[in-house]
Design a protein around this ligand. Structure first.
Ligand SMILES: [Zn+2]
Length: 145
């Protein structure tokens, strides 16, 4: 298995694609701790998964899901350097743990065949960031008014 690309490309093609796996992920807040390097998967690039590499900073309430989340630092985030995400959005880069590897493999099997032969970078359109700096998966955004 190749690790996901850590460098977000400048202009991904936007291709809304269903993601049934992330919302179904059973991962606890305690799976992560401050200092962990993680990635938020965004899509596919050149036959591999890609996403935004961020650092876990501190516990923070994730208001879109009303659950314990994590404050994240995105070094390339500009005005949104600090965002809050749900634990199920995060995949470990700093250690190879079974929970995150199972999810990565499942995402690869789900997505890579859909974009086989595409060299372009594809943003699958799963995440938005609210004005209050909350990262929201599309499956969690339906309840937001
Ligand atoms: Zn993990």
């Amino acid at each position: 298995m190749t690790p996901p690309s850590r460098t977000p490309p400048p202009t991904p093609a936007f291709a809304p694609t269903p993601d049934p796996l992330t919302p179904a992920r059973d991962i606890t807040h305690a799976h992560f701790e401050a200092g962990d390097q993680v990635i938020v998967l965004k899509g596919v690039a050149g036959g591999e998964l890609w996403g935004d590499a961020v650092r876990v900073v501190a516990p923070s309430w994730h208001t879109p899901t009303d659950k314990d989340g994590w404050r994240l630092r995105d070094a390339t985030g500009g005005a949104q350097t600090y965002i809050t995400g749900h634990p199920r959005y995060l995949v470990h880069l700093s250690r190879r743990c079974p929970d995150c590897l199972i999810y990565l493999r499942a995402m690869e099997e789900h997505l890579l065949p859909k974009y086989a032969g595409h060299d372009a970078v594809v943003d699958c359109g799963w995440y938005t960031t609210t004005a209050l700096g909350q990262l929201v998966h599309i499956a969690d955004a339906r309840g937001i008014r």
